[in-house]
Design a protein. Sequence first.
Length: 253
Amino acid sequence: MIRTGRTELEVLVNGAGPAVVLLPSLGRDSYEFDPIAQDLSDAGYCAVRPQPRGVGASGGPLDDLDLHDLAGDVADVLTMLDTGPAVLAGHAFGHYVARVLAVDRPDLVRGVAVLAAGARRFPASLTERVAKCSDSALPDAERLVHLGEVFFAEGHDPSVWLDGWWPDAIVAQRAAMAATEKESWWPIASSPLLDVQAEDDVFRPAETRSELIDEFGADLVATVLIPGSGHALIPEVPHEVAHALIEWIRILD
């Protein structure tokens, strides 16, 4: 547990070596990064997994937050563990937190990997369907339809995401997104970026796959496309994600 004046944060740590911080998607926890954390540890890296406020044993105020507050929580963890500068790897919503931290505290960040990041703009209808995926009051059969169509590629079992949602964190994280002007951080990259894309990600259609390269250039952005994966990505192809991370970090090294 990392305790600050504002929060108490549960942090999972695997291995020793240069730090790689794994940040989960909207309303999800860091436990599902287990296979990736193990692969990173086996490769000589320290996988650091802060649970967001309202997730697991992490606590702290959940009202009136923005992305800078959530990024500040990660900065507190890196500072108190003395593990920066680190590589940040954020899955979907987690990549917002990672990129905001890179803007706010570039001294703590070596590079940012965005894992199944949505396009800069995507239909609001997808956000509405995500809410149904995480709504435990709906019948499982209905949720499975949404999970399969929104998050998972064909051939992967969407039922693994019937559980593992943290409702209070979802509300807080959605509010934090709404409270933060996207243009204040999206066009800024002060460190190298790895764009790990899921081939069947409905949030990132093929025509948007070059967005980050178009914005920042191929010298700063590396891209990896993982076939047979959707927006969920982490439970679908964890070892492929870990391999992409490790290969890119070795280039940074």
